[in-house]
Design a protein around this ligand. Sequence first.
Ligand code: VG1
Ligand code: CO
Length: 543
Amino acid sequence: MAVSTVPTRPIAGQKPGTSGLRKKTRIFMEPGYLENYVQAIIEGVGGVKDREIVVGGDGRFYNDTAIGVILRMLAANGAKRAIVGRGGILSTPAASNLIRIRKAFGGFVLSASHNPGGPDEDFGLKFNVSNGGPAPEPITDAIFEATKTIATYAIVEEAAPSIETLGTFDLAGMVVEIVDPVADYVAMMRDLVDFDRIRALFASGFTLRFDAMSAVTGPYATAILEGELGAPKGTVVNGTPLPDFGHHHPDPNPVHAKELFDIMFGPDAPDMGAASDGDGDRNIVLGRGISVAPSDSLALLAANLHLAKGYTAGLKGIARSMPTSRAADRVAAKLGVGMYETPTGWKFFGNLLDAGKVTICGEESAGTGSDHVREKDGLWAILIWLDIVATRRQSIMEIVHDHWKTYGRDYYSRHDYEALPTDVADALFADLRASLATLPGKVFAGLLVTSADDFAYTDPTDGSVSSKQGVRIGFEDGSRAIFRLSGTGTEGATLRLYVELFEADPARHDLDSQMVLAGVLDAADAIAGIERRTGRDAPNVIT
Ligand code: VG1
Ligand code: CO
């Protein structure tokens, strides 16, 4: 085999964020950039000699080219086998599953998730470890260090085989196995949800609109919903993955999935609407005239999970990211199971799942998943919702209102201020952090602050500590505001402000969230000076 050891310069400062490294595609296309990062990953994970590695991505622009480079570098670094989704396609949860069922050493997952794709948009790459989950911090730290010191990378001169044909091929002594990206995932779902029960639901006339947003879940959703479950053709819309997602952001929020939201609130709404994101790990669920807030969806799924086929034994515990509302905590308390609050990002759930402490996890950013894989799983959540609806035979509106009646409603919203100048965002946080100790006891916009801290997390399984994970402010009426900087944006800084307020009274469960939360939003702005410092009078996205 002809291995080239190519001299390269460090790409210092490329710290992988909560979901690997995300950059403008053109940066990844710069000579040596991708190679440099791939070699840093290989070194950061302790080498890949004789290892089996899964490779796949969300099909965005540059996906196939990057996979060719990764395969040639894996071969040059002595890997035994690469398992690749045909066409370079693997949704993030499907990649996680493949790593687990094939007992692979890990996997390269190519995605910038919900960020737009194309030559002028975003690209991303992360490494998942043998449990199927994103590399934990000690490994991402090691990868980061390697990006700063690396001097050469290794690549074979042979061309990579086509990834369009199923089968087993040789690349300079490494086996390249091209697999069906969908089949193993479908088999797993068959064990977790009751396909017969959902088939009967569709046969009774239940209608669903699943918007795959021209992203990776199209083939998965079509195979399961229209293939296995008998939903009529056309149930899945935008079902073909496109390199630029049809010029859209594949983000299932009210701004980017506007068409779906409009339909669900319009006169011809089907019984259920759903969508997933670029790489298939997020989900949004809507009923006729209602959108289920992701924090509520986590709580609802937890409260009803025992109805789904694969979870009749009940749950061991629940985990949520810190900015996710406390709705799930109320369910955990009622069930008498453990509740864990982790920093944002799925990698923190991995240890809890591996230790058997939790069965379900979720984030306010439209992510839910269970111990079946080590990533959030968009289609899984939608199928569990279908299994619950098929069992309860109630509308989504009724199921949500029933839940609020039992547990109360946690009004919730997130306001995103995108592409802020980094210095403005950094100064805002520096001042906010410096003022934390002085805030309790003070009144802002009429609300008394009762607590203020910067969230730090000690992992209960390995004792590792992650600090500075977001500023939390508690108010006397029980509401809270959280400030965080995004780790996944690729332009400037994105400030996320998360607010919530609990309401026990069912007579007050049908109010407009933004109206209910106006008081805590005003207090948050008075504390941090968002408008004054950024000059923005409104967020870019409200969810
Ligand atoms: C965002 C979300 C976070 C999620 C992460 C990856 O991170 O807030 O909850 O885990 O995206 O999701 P941040 O740092 O930008 O707030 V995905 O679907 O982009 O893999
Ligand atoms: Co995603």
